[in-house]
Design a protein around this ligand. Structure first.
Ligand code: PEP
Ligand code: MG
Length: 358
């Protein structure tokens, strides 16, 4: 029961009196966002849009898009996805009226969407009017040995700019529809997995051009921001250049931990328990932010970013955003907000207050 009443509610209210940074939530469904609001989340810090494509017609359209050979084929799938995404974004933004909502552009490790099973390949062949062999060949072409370091994040948006166009349009059209209903929203469009400023610049230009187009077509505007995830060590080290383009940074400490330690996020469970027992590590770095290696990169990223962009907004959206000692680190590092899963919002509120008091 997310109702914060009685002693619990009182503690939360007290925490908010002392807390100096905002607490947002990671959510991509209306349901999660509503729960987080009831727990006191002040906006969404991470809406992972790839999570919106795991089932039903949208999964078919996503598969149609990635299996297409050319831009024309991808655009056919994207045109069908636009109204679906517009409604998705409207629903999510609607749960956070008056609060910022960071919507991250598509960041799927592609292998999660490629149809590997025979029956899925057959149904996609029928859907796309091609033979099963054509689909099989495409699936082979899409195979990656290391998908988490592969064709994902802004690499996808830069090689297939039409994906970014569709998502940016869907976000801004949703925000305009809500504005017309008297509901102010603050979308923050976030570019994932940026490692060089040029990757961000290309994506930012696409988003800004689409925004100008949408605002002209609809005869109205909404305020929006464009920013980036900082989750690749190179991005933290070149944060001064990146902050000349980004209006906000969100530290993706899941990937930043993976890439700083060189531990696979998906496989570290094989050796981490032994490392913890042997005392090589004090904590699981995917749970508790490593204040030395990863923390140094966070400090460097904030310091360099704010040097070229003093009004840069900074937050965290990795798992660590709801872990008390990591929240304390984020407060001390000068972040504006932490973002965590809905059920961790109360813990983050309390930890942020304790950090400020300390
Ligand atoms: C991260 O890398 O920390 C992050 C929040 O993004 P994801 O977990 O979706 O890769
Ligand atoms: Mg990430």
């Amino acid at each position: 029961d997310p109702e914060l009443s009685g002693d619990f509610g009182e503690i939360m209210e007290l925490a908010d009196k002392f807390r100096k940074i905002d607490v947002r939530t990671n959510a991509e469904t209306e349901r999660d966002a509503k729960v987080a609001r009831e727990f006191g989340a002040q906006g969404i810090g991470l809406c992972r849009t790839e999570h919106m494509f795991f089932e039903g017609e949208r999964l078919v359209r996503m598969r149609e898009m990635i299996l297409s050979d050319d831009e024309a084929g991808r655009r056919i799938a994207l045109d069908k996805l636009l109204p679906i995404q517009r409604q998705d974004f409207k629903d999510v933004l609607n749960t956070m009226i008056g609060f910022p909502v960071t919507i991250r552009l598509l960041d799927p490790p592609l292998h999660e969407f490629v149809p590997h099973e025979k029956e899925n390949q057959e149904s996609m062949a029928k859907e796309m009017g091609v033979s099963v062999d054509v689909i099989k060949k495409k699936v082979e072409d899409l195979h990656e040995f290391n998908p988490m370091l592969g064709h994902r994040g802004c690499r996808l948006g830069n090689t297939y700019p039409e994906i970014t166009e569709m998502q940016a349009r869907a976000i801004l059209e949703a925000a305009l529809e809500l504005k017309a209903e008297g509901k102010p929203t603050f979308p923050e469009i976030m570019i994932p997995l940026v490692g060089t400023v040029k990757e961000l610049k290309m994506q930012e230009k696409i988003v800004r051009d689409i925004a100008d187009q949408v605002f002209k077509e609809k005869g109205d505007k909404v305020d929006y921001m464009v920013g980036t995830m900082i989750e690749i060590p190179r991005a933290a080290l070149t944060a001064d250049e990146i902050a000349e383009v980004a209006q906000f940074f969100s530290f993706g400490t899941n990937d930043l931990t993976q890439m700083t330690f060189g531990y696979s996020r998906d496989d570290a469970g094989k050796f981490l328990p032994v490392y913890l027992k042997q005392g090589i590590l004090k904590n699981d770095p995917f749970q508790v932010l490593d204040q030395e290696g990863v923390g140094q990169l966070v400090h460097t990223g904030i310091e360099r970013g704010r040097k070229t962009n003093p009004i840069l907004k900074v937050g965290i959206c990795g798992e660590h955003g709801g872990e008390p000692s990591s929240v304390e680190f984020c407060v001390k590092a000068g972040m504006n907000y932490v973002s965590c899963s809905p059920f961790r919002v109360p813990i983050a509120r309390l930890a942020a207050a304790q950090a400020s008091l300390r």
